[in-house]
Structures are given as C-alpha cells and as structure tokens.
Design a protein around this ligand. Structure first.
Ligand code: NAD
Length: 480
C-alpha cells in the first residue's frame, strides 16, 4: 500500500512518485515530519515543459494579477506564521523564535515583491541621432530553476520565488532534500493564491537527479542556486557552458574584528549572536573572531560566560536558544572539525561535547577555540556549525589583513567605538556585506544580499537589485 505522501506540484497538479523520502525531526529522531515524493528526471522535464508553456502568458500578464497573487502569498504566510514556524523548527531544528523570525521574513519578502510588480520602470532617452528615440526596458528571462539549501527552508525559497514571479518568469523550484515540508507548505500557498498552471512548479528530490536535470536543460534560461561552494562551482560550469544565466550564493568564513576600544558587552553579544544563534548554520555566521591584544582576554572571558548560558535543546522548547545540528552527517562533519582544531594546536576554550537531551537528537555544545591562526583549517574552511575561533592580533591593521585573508567574502563585522576605524573597515573589508557593531548574520529583506570571491557569483539577490538576475534588458530605437 502507498504511504501517505506529500507530492510535487507540476503543471498545476499534485503528482506523486514511487520513491519517498522520510523527513525526520533532528530534535527528536522518533518524530517523522512526513514522507515526501522524490522526483525523477521525467517529472523534472515535465515541470520544465509546463513552465515553458506557461511563460507565454505569464510573461505578459497584468502586473495587477502578479501583485494580487504575491500579496496573497505574503498575507497567508504572515497569518499562519506560528504554525509555519513550528513546522520549520521541527524539520530543520532552528529554535522556534528564530524559525518565527524566518517565516515572518518570508511573508515580508512576498509583500515587498508584490510592490515591485507595480514599480517596474524603464528609461526613455534622447538618441545621438536626429529623429530617433531610445527606450530601455526590462523583460523576464524565461523558465528559471531555483535550487535551495536546508538552512533557511522558507526565507531563501521566498527570496528567489517572489522576484522570479514578480518580473514575469515561470519557476521550477527544487528545495533541499532535508527540508521539504516548508517548501511543500509554501508551494501549497502559492498554488491556492492563484498561480496559473505551470507558472510555479515544485519538484522535490535529489540534487543529483532533479537538480542536475534543471541545470542541464536548455529550456531553463536561468539557475539561481544557494548552497555549498563545491556544488555551486559544478552548477556554474554546466550552466555557463550552455550559455545560461547563473547566480550562486555560497559559503562564508565571516570575520568579526573586535578592537581594544570596543564596548565589551556589545562585542560579546554581537559575537555570540553572530556565531552561535541558529546553531551556527548560517552562511553569514561569524566563525573568526579577530581580536586586538588589549581586549583579547576580557573578550574571551565575556564570550565564554555568555556561551555557558545558551540553552541547547529541542527546537520547539521555548527555553531553547540553540537547536540541534540539522542531521547526523552534518554533526559528524562539525565534530571532525573540532578534532582538527585540537590537533592543529588551537585551545578549546568552551564546548565541543555532544549533549544528551530527553529526546534523541543531534545536540552539540557551542564551541570556541582560542590561540587560532589563519593557517589553521578551522580558521580557513567553512564548518557550518556552532564553532568559532579567536585569532589574537596586534592592532587594527593586522586585524584587517587577517579578516581579508580568506577565499570567501560574504559578510564581515567590526566592533569599535572609533569612527575612523569603522569607516576604514567599511571601505576596505573584502566582503559583500559589512556590519558595524552588529552581528555578521541578520539582514534586512529590502536591500541586496550577497558576497564576493568564493561566496557569490553573478548579480545580487533581494531588494530591487534582484531585477538584474530575473530580467534581461532590451534597447529599442524608434525613428520618427
Ligand atoms: P548543498 O550544496 O549540498 O545543496 C544545496 C542544493 O543543491 C540542494 O538543494 C541540493 O539538493 C542541490 N544539489 C546538490 N547537488 C547538486 C547537483 N549536482 N546539481 C544540482 N543541484 C544539486 O548545500 P547545503 O548543504 O544544502 O547548504 C549548506 C551550504 O549552503 C553552506 O555552504 C552554506 O554556506 C550555503 N549557504 C549560502 C547562503 C548564501 O546566501 N551565501 C545561504 C545559505 C546557505
């Protein structure tokens, strides 16, 4: 007998698969969130073909129709925020308060891009030639394939789907295998908000099957991907080889510089929030604290003191500040890095232990290493868990050099009371986002998000900058 399953949305119909994937709660391994269909190549192709057909009318649809649909999606997400936050916390392990923040953000993103539907503009220019006028307009690119990671199960899909639809594209969405429940709930909302058949398609399943089919298909005009650097590089090489458009948001090794003149309480709070909230599973998480020698010991003591008060536990427990690591593979990976840190000679200042709780889950103490340096793997490679290291430096100049000594460049932060150093850092930090006296993680939804170097490739996501990726420019000459 076929088990109860959550299905794909293809061409406006809910469609099942022979193969199912179990979605397990990382806070309680006995809790099955649900069984989710695992798509095959043919189902993915069917979704792409449906999106291609639907593009003909959606790309020319009235902007009011798009506004109404995206606005309705945003309204429903916000109205159901507590229920959706519980689902998200249950499948991903993010503490309920953080999950709620993420769901609200997803609703706000849909509302923002509803507004963008009716704010689309072009340019009308004088020509250099007599009797000629020039217009520059933006048009949708076509079918877009959206591939997302597990760590923001609703916000990242929202910040790709909403602009894609707002600018008149049609979508095939492939969420991460670990978090299909939030993706399915979002698809259900978009479907009921009136997306015409084929305009928005959800295909659940593996990157190596559903993802690869999207990446290689000539009818997918653009791929927007968020995930790890290795997968991103692989995807980009394939999409570029077939002259498709591609946008990648990838990893980080985000530095937080703390100067001698910093307010100690601000520095410790910013550091703990940036590094350990959401279990450190944020691409913008601070993983390197670069601290000048005059404040170093007091900073470490203050951070360790705060870390000791962070409640690690079941994501749905309202006392929990730090939920579990997302799955066994990720837990093993993070624990391996903790061993590497010890072997490399860094000093374990706090944490590093797996924790037992009432339910079976992947609970890990937030972990801090001191006496690290830039040549250590724990200071170079993205760990993507609740682990940070402290690098002691002589002065601001050395701090800046160490902060920029990375292959990544997503977010960077400085804690200082000096306007001079804050201004210098803003200009000279090699990252797409800079935070002054604020955690490296935690951003607004209406402004561009993205990084440099190994962290990002292609144009920025979010805010009105998203138009760069989801539209193509047309220049029209009109002779009178
Ligand atoms: P991942 O690269 O393993 O997977 C991301 C997505 O790609 C998943 O949906 C997966 O199924 C799919 N995929 C895997 N192989 C594929 C292939 N061959 N072809 C097409 N698709 C394929 O990443 P993850 O483990 O889900 O997420 C963690 C990573 O995401 C971290 O490195 C983190 O830094 C990064 N991340 C970056 C940002 C950002 O905006 N910069 C935001 C969140 C997460």
């Amino acid at each position: 007998m076929m088990q109860c399953q959550y299905k794909h949305l293809i061409n406006g119909q809910w469609e099942s698969s022979e193969t199912l994937g179990a979605n397990i709660n990382p806070s309680d391994l006995d809790d099955l969130v649900g069984n989710y269909a695992q798509g095959d190549q043919q189902q993915t192709i069917n979704a792409i073909e449906a999106a291609k057909t639907a593009f003909q009318s959606w790309s020319c649809s009235p902007i009011q129709q798009r506004f109404d649909m995206l606005d309705a999606v945003g309204s429903e997400i916000l109205a159901r925020k507590d229920e959706l936050a519980k689902l998200l916390a249950r499948e991903e392990g993010k503490a309920l308060s953080d999950a709620l923040g993420e769901v609200i953000r997803a609703g706000q993103i849909f509302k923002f891009f509803a507004g963008e539907c009716v704010r689309q503009t072009g340019d009308k220019l004088a020509s250099t030639r007599q009797g000629m006028e020039v217009e520059v307009t933006r048009e949708p690119v076509g079918v877009v394939g959206l591939i997302t990671p597990w760590n923001f199960p609703i916000a990242i899909p929202a910040w790709k789907i909403a602009p894609a639809l707002a600018y008149g594209n049609t979508v095939v969405f492939k969420p991460a295998e670990l978090v299909p429940a939030s993706a399915w709930a979002l698809a259900d909302i978009i479907h009921r908000a009136g997306a015409p058949a084929g305009v928005f398609n959800l295909v659940l399943g593996k990157g190596s099957i559903v993802g690869e089919t999207l990446v290689n298909h000539l009818d997918v005009a653009a791929i927007s991907f968020t995930g790890s650097e290795g997968t991103g590089r692989n995807i980009a090489s394939k999409v570029v080889a077939r002259m498709g458009k591609v946008q990648l948001e990838m990893g980080g090794k985000n530095p937080l510089v703390v100067l001698d003149d910093a307010d100690l309480e601000v520095a410790a709070e910013v550091a703990v929030n940036g590094a350990f909230y959401a279990t450190g599973q944020r691409c913008t998480a601070s993983s390197r604290f670069i601290v000048t020698k005059g404040i170093h010991d007091r900073f470490v003591a203050a951070v360790v003191n705060k870390m000791g008060k962070l409640e690690v536990g079941h994501a749905l427990d309202t006392n929990t500040k730090i939920g579990p690591v997302v799955d066994k593979k990720q837990l093993d990976n993070v624990c391996q890095y903790i061993r590497v840190g010890k072997d490399e000679g860094a000093k374990l200042a706090f944490g590093g232990e797996i924790l037992q709780r009432k339910t079976k889950g992947f609970f890990l103490q937030p972990t801090l290493f001191t006496q690290a340096n830039s040549s250590m793997r724990i200071a170079k490679e993205e760990i993507f868990g609740p682990v940070a290291c402290v690098i002691k430096v002589a002065d601001y100049e050395e701090a800046l050099a160490v902060a920029n000594d990375t292959v990544f460049g997503l977010s960077s932060g400085i804690v200082t009371t000096s306007l001079k150093y804050a201004n210098h850092f803003k200009r000279h930090a090699h990252s797409g986002m800079v935070m002054v006296n604020a955690p490296t993680a935690g951003v607004d939804y209406h402004v561009p998000f993205g990084g440099r170097n190994g962290s990002s490739y292609g144009s920025r996501e979010q805010g009105r900058y998203a138009a760069e990726f989801y539209t193509t420019v047309k220049t029209v000459y009109i002779a009178s």
